[in-house]
Design a protein around this ligand. Structure first.
Ligand SMILES: CC(C)[C@H](C(=O)O)[C@@H](O)C(=O)O
Ligand code: SF4
Length: 480
């Protein structure tokens, strides 16, 4: 029998209709929805007098627009309308909703895994580009547009052109202070934001398999920023033990049976990918983006690149625009660049592992007087867990704001924004112009790098701090 990759197995298991020269029709096992991309889709159903075909395979949360301080005051009218539309639509169409009062509420890509809705072998879609996050479980998960949301509502299926396969193998180990966020920023920095276009990326190699689920999700989350349709990691014991006992996960014997099936999903030995890349863990440093797309990323000890290193005309133009927007000069060091805002949050880096890493660094230190820093947990469950562990106390004692969960300053659809011209160290996934507010300057970093920026008021190479402060930092990180 033909040797197949993880992706090919997932695809084959879900094709329900196939015709030469046309996209395939895929069955969808889980449809996640949020307030921003669902209203028109529901409206479409209503006009056509159709139902949600499988409300039991559909799950809703509110995350993008909602306040992270006082949940009851929503100043923005669009936000208010989208939130009340979601409540109305879920009631009318019988879809379960984690609303702002729910203990299950959180960013859609954080709660899916947390609730055990995200499972290996599933096809998962959501009207949201970072649906790629769920691929960390060996699920085929990708973002869809609003008209596709309506199609999935009505039919529980989706037309899809079969993507190609790309294996990125990360060998060796990661150095001290280097995290999953740095791995994915390194990949996008090295290969660019179009490298994955038309592909589903499978991440493999010793670095990947040594990571926790929280860290694997960080990597798959940003697959879309490399241009890919989805990201995947083969499920293993780490995956199975994460899932065991979660609210909607199979229980008892059903769980054991499921694990046996999930074990079959890994790519067959010597299965062939359309494209491959190999990188080494020790080549990766603590990363920071200097420009206005996630590919404009470098190790923090490097300097803003000079134009000569840019090949195409278009890239030159993009870089020039980025220098201007970011107020940086080619050749300028990234270390010691002052920041005024620090945001620890978003579906990339707001899970318990991220908060533990940041808190371990922050413990006993203070946020610089020139910085406004906030932690926005990815879900109410992450928030409760962090509070149980005393992380909130560490953050607030240092001068961080401690918020309710939501997308928040990742894209500033609520009240949390970076003022024009100011710089933010952000653990999110996009540094586009205006992303965190009009004229705001975003630098993407890992949670520990963000924590260090908060304390020092400037970007700092975390490896040098560990040297200065002895073993304190290294031991705090490895214990989490
Ligand atoms: C609002 C939503 C459609 C959007 C996305 O698709 O990713 C958002 O989540 C983002 O991160 O930019
Ligand atoms: S946290 Fe940011 S990237 Fe993630 S879904 Fe929300 S807005 Fe999109």
């Amino acid at each position: 029998m033909k040797r197949r990759t993880l992706f090919e197995k997932l695809w084959d298991q879900h094709v329900v209709y196939k015709e030469e020269g046309k996209p395939d029709l895929l069955y969808i096992d889980l449809h996640l929805i949020h307030e921003v991309t669902s209203p028109q889709a529901f409206e479409g159903l209503r006009t056509k007098n159709r139902k949600v075909r499988r409300p039991d395979l559909t799950f809703a949360t509110m995350d993008h627009n909602i306040p992270t301080v006082n949940r009851t005051v929503i100043k923005d009218e669009t936000a208010r309308n989208q939130i009340s539309a979601l409540e109305r639509n879920c009631r009318e169409f019988g879809v379960e909703l984690a609303d702002m009062e729910s203990e299950d509420q959180g960013i859609v890509h954080v709660i899916g895994p947390e609730l055990g809705l995200t499972l290996p072998g599933k096809t998962i879609v959501c009207g949201d580009s970072h649906t790629s996050t769920h691929g960390a479980f060996g699920a085929l998960a990708f973002g869809i547009g609003t008209s596709e949301v309506e199609h999935v509502f009505a039919t529980q299926t989706l037309w899809q052109q079969k993507p190609k396969t790309l294996n990125i193998q990360i060998d060796g180990e990661l150095g001290e202070g280097v995290t999953a966020k740095d791995v994915i920023l390194y990949i996008i920095g090295k290969y660019g934001v179009r490298f994955g276009t038309g592909y589903v990326i499978e991440y493999s190699g010793s670095v990947i398999y040594s990571l926790s689920m929280d860290e694997r999700m960080t990597i798959c989350n940003m697959s879309i920023e490399a241009g890919a349709r989805a990201g995947l990691i083969a499920p293993d014991e780490t995956t199975f033990s994460y899932i065991k006992g979660r609210k909607y996960a199979p229980k008892g014997e059903a769980f054991e049976r499921a694990v046996e099936q999930w074990k079959q999903l890994a790519s067959d030995e010597r299965a062939v990918y359309d494209k491959t890349a190999v990188i080494h863990g020790d080549d990766i440093g603590p990363m920071i983006t200097w420009g206005t797309n996630p590919g404009m990323a470098l190790s923090v000890d490097k300097r803003v690149p000079v134009l000569d290193s840019y090949l195409t005309k278009e890239e030159k133009r993009e870089a020039e625009r980025a220098y201007f927007y970011m107020d940086l000069t080619p050749g300028q060091p990234l270390e010691n660049l002052p920041v005024q805002h620090v945001f620890i949050g978003s579906c990339t880096n707001s899970r318990i592992h991220d908060l533990r890493e940041a808190a371990a660094f922050v413990q006993g230190k203070k946020v610089a007087s020139t910085v406004r820093a906030m932690v926005v947990p990815g879900s109410e469950a992450v928030k409760r867990k962090a509070e149980e562990e005393g992380l909130d106390a560490i953050f607030t004692a240092a001068g961080f704001e401690w918020r309710h969960s939501g997308c928040s300053m990742c894209l500033s659809m609520n009240d949390d924004a970076v003022p024009e011209g100011e710089r933010c160290a952000s653990t999110s996934n996009r540094n586009f112009e205006g992303r965190q507010g009009k004229g705001a300057r975003t630098h993407l970093v890992s949670p520990i790098m963000a924590a260090a920026a908060a304390v020092y008021g400037q970007f700092t190479d975390i490896r040098k701090i560990s040297d200065k402060e002895g073993d304190h930092h290294a031991s705090a990180v490895s214990s989490s």
